[in-house]
Write a protein that binds this ligand. Structure first.
Ligand code: ADP
Ligand code: MG
Length: 386
């Protein structure tokens, strides 16, 4: 964080020839369990991580918006009078989209002053840790403060989601922004995607000597967008054939009768979502009753369900999971949308070097690309930094 404070302060000064009025930061996130449940009105359980995006921001005396990032050489400029989703493109659609979306949630964009913002981040981009929610949430808390909007964090999460849906054009849910804004150290956010109720649940990883290892396979498949769309379509078909609004309305007891109604493939897609919802709730209950060393089996079961029922894993993710488990991780699963991306492995701290070495060696032996392994800790959500 000290490094980011320096680069943002220096970057702001060199681009805008002035000092920022303040610094705000927001974290990326990882989803501990609950995959492809969000768009089925179900449960997810992400946490904010110790990788953050930092923004320096200052209000202007006129209506101009200027955004710059260490990530890009250009400084993007736009008047508040031209701030519509249609006028936004590229990376600046994330910060400027948030300014626009605040207008949809009560900010009077006809009267607020313009701003200069400079952005830097140590959240890896495109690795499934949601650098997009980090940038949105950091800008949202900054403008909420300086425009004096008084919006609460649950509303700011919806602001970030709206920016991503309308200004960026990505049809994402509210999980990432909720984790980035509501997260707390050594805790995860139990989010009900139907009611948007969110509860912060202590993880107790620190006291148990556990760490979460990210294994970024660096695989990204061209068919991931199509795969996502077809899985969504299967879920909608399953719900329609079973006469429910969404798969959230089913429990594991409904699966027996469902297998008589659905074709085999649709049934397996449905079974993943229904059992995954149950696993998220079981994870929360297990954490409360037994502590984190008891959740490993739920992570393992989640992976098998995605591999065999939802069919969104790839050989690299399976190898990462199997090798990590063999080398001492207590539970492991792929995380994110699938068809590539990262796996997570809940691992005793003293075994992190051994698991890292084993996964690296196994990837080399199979001729896979070198994976990127690093530990993340559950961290506090968005905050004013200075
Ligand atoms: P992720 O999984 O990291 O969220 P996305 O594709 O959803 O991947 O979002 C990544 C995009 O967000 C980048 O391509 C860029 O447009 C924008 N972005 C993220 N972080 C920054 C940053 N620090 N500066 C500028 N743009 C950023
Ligand atoms: Mg994203």
């Amino acid at each position: 964080m000290t490094d980011l404070i320096q680069t943002v302060t220096d970057g702001f000064t060199s681009r805008f020839d002035a000092s920022p009025a303040g610094l705000w930061s927001a974290p990326g996130r990882v989803n501990l369990i609950g995959e492809h449940t969000d768009y089925n009105d179900g449960f997810v359980f992400p946490f904010a991580i110790n990788r953050r995006t930092l923004v320096g921001l200052r209000l202007r005396g006129d209506r101009l918006l200027r955004v710059a990032s260490s990530f890009a050489t250009e400084t993007v400029e736009l008047s508040l009078d031209e701030l519509t989703p249609e006028n936004l493109a590229g990376w600046s659609a994330y910060p400027l989209g948030v300014a626009w979306a605040l207008g949809e949630f009560g900010a009077d964009l006809a009267v607020v002053p313009g701003f200069d913002v400079f952005i830097d981040s140590d959240v890896p981009i495109g690795a499934g840790l949601s650098s997009s929610a980090a940038i949105e949430s950091a800008v949202a808390v900054a403008l909420n403060d300086l425009w004096d909007l008084g919006l609460d964090r649950r509303v700011l999460a919806r602001v970030g989601q709206l920016a991503e849906n309308r200004a960026v054009g990505a049809p994402t849910g509210i999980m990432d922004q909720s984790a980035s804004l509501l997260g707390e150290a050594d805790s995860a956010v139990f989010l009900d995607c139907r009611t948007l109720e969110a509860e912060v649940i202590p993880l107790g990883f620190d006291a148990a000597g556990l760490e979460l290892l990210i294994i970024d396979t660096r695989v990204s498949h061209a068919h991931s967008t199509g795969g996502y769309a077809s899985r969504r379509a299967s879920c909608e078909l399953g719900a329609r054939m079973l006469g429910v609004t969404s798969l959230r309305d089913l429990t594991v007891d409904d699966l027996g009768p469902a297998s008589d109604v659905l074709d085999d493939e649709t049934f397996r897609r449905v079974r993943h979502v229904v059992t995954e919802n149950q696993r998220v709730q079981d994870t929360v209950r297990t954490l409360r009753e037994q502590g984190p060393t008891a959740i490993g089996a739920l992570l393992d079961a989640s992976h098998l369900s995605m591999r065999d029922d939802f069919e969104i894993s790839v050989p690299e993710l399976d190898l990462a999971v199997e090798t990590a488990r063999g080398a001492g991780s207590i539970g492991a699963r792929m995380t994110g949308g699938g068809f590539g991306g990262a796996a997570i492995a809940l691992t005793p701290s003293d075994l992190i070097p051994a698991v890292t070495a084993a996964v690296t060696a196994a990837f080399a032996a199979r001729g896979f690309a070198v994976p990127d392994l690093f530990v993340v800790r559950a961290a506090d959500g968005a905050a004013r930094q200075q």
